[in-house]
Design a protein around this ligand. Structure first.
Ligand SMILES: *[C@@H]1O[C@H](CO)[C@@H](O)[C@H](O)[C@H]1NC(C)=O
Ligand SMILES: *[C@@H]1O[C@H](CO)[C@@H](O)[C@H](O)[C@H]1NC(C)=O
Length: 215
C-alpha cells in the first residue's frame, strides 16, 4: 500500500506546485538589458531595443527654438545618446518600500530634483489630458507623485523585437491613481511634431523600450 500512496502524494505535490504561478501574488519583475532585475526608485535610462531607431528618452525645454515650461519628454534623435536618467517609483500601500520594479503596478516617473534655475518645482512625468489633442496629450514634467495625471504602469511588450532582451511599453493610467474606477489605460507611443519625437498617448504603435541602469 505504501508506494502507491507516496506516488499519489508526489503527483499531488507536482500539481499544486505547478499551479502556483497562476495564483495571485506572483511578482512579475522587470529586467534591464543585462538581464538584471530593475530596482525600484533608482536611476535608469530607457531607450529603443534597436538603437538605430534613435536614442534614449530625455527632457527638452525648448520647442521651435523657444523655451518651454514644463519640459517635454522626447526621444533623442541621435542613437549614440542614452538620454536622461529617470527614477521609476512604485506607488505602494506597504510601509516597506519594494526593492524591485514590477509590471502592471502603478508608479511615478521622476526626472530628479529640479535643477537650479529650472522653471518647474516638480519633476514627475505627467499627461495633462490623455483624451485631448497634442500638446495636451504629450508627456511633460511638472507632475507630483501619486496623482492621476502622473500615474503610469509598465507592461511587457506584447510582441518583443528581440527574444534575447526584455522589452516593455508604458501606459498612462489616470483612473488607477485617482480613486475613480480603473476604466482604462492609454498606451504611450511616439508622436512626431516638426522633427521632434515626443512621448505621447496619441494613437500609434506603443513605444517599445528597454531599461539600462545608470552608472
Ligand atoms: C542657485 O545656486 C546658487 C549658487 O549655488 C545659489 O546661491 C542660489 O540660491 C540657487 N538658487 C536656487 C533657486 O536654488
Ligand atoms: C495598447 O497596445 C496593445 C499592443 O499593441 C494593443 O493590443 C492594445 O489594443 C492597445 N490598447 C489601446 C487602448 O490602444
Amino acid at each position: 500500500m505504501k508506494p502507491p500512496l507516496l506516488l499519489s502524494y508526489v503527483v499531488f505535490l507536482i500539481i499544486t506546485t505547478q499551479s502556483i504561478p497562476s495564483t495571485t501574488g506572483a511578482k512579475d519583475f522587470i529586467y534591464d538589458v543585462k538581464g538584471k532585475k530593475v530596482l525600484n526608485d533608482a536611476p535608469y535610462s530607457i531607450g529603443p531595443v534597436i538603437w538605430a531607431k534613435g536614442g534614449g528618452i530625455k527632457l527638452t525645454d525648448t520647442k521651435n527654438n523657444k523655451k518651454v515650461c514644463p519640459s517635454y519628454v522626447v526621444q533623442d534623435p541621435a542613437e549614440v545618446n542614452k538620454g536622461g536618467e529617470f527614477l521609476f517609483t512604485l506607488i505602494s500601500d506597504d510601509e516597506k518600500r519594494e526593492k524591485y520594479l514590477q509590471t502592471s503596478r502603478t508608479l511615478g516617473i521622476d526626472s530628479g530634483r529640479p535643477k537650479n534655475g529650472s522653471c518647474e518645482k516638480w519633476t514627475f512625468w505627467q499627461i495633462a489630458d490623455p483624451d485631448a489633442k497634442p500638446p495636451s496629450n504629450l508627456v511633460t514634467t511638472g507632475g507630483t507623485f501619486e496623482e492621476d495625471v502622473s500615474c503610469f504602469q509598465i507592461v511587457d511588450y506584447p510582441k518583443p523585437t528581440s527574444p534575447k532582451v526584455h522589452s516593455y511599453m508604458l501606459q498612462h493610467c489616470p483612473y488607477y491613481c485617482g480613486g475613480t474606477p480603473p476604466v482604462r489605460c492609454y498606451n504611450v507611443s511616439l508622436y512626431e511634431d516638426k522633427g521632434t519625437r515626443h512621448l505621447s498617448v496619441s494613437s500609434g504603435t506603443p513605444f517599445e523600450f528597454v531599461f539600462e541602469k545608470a552608472k
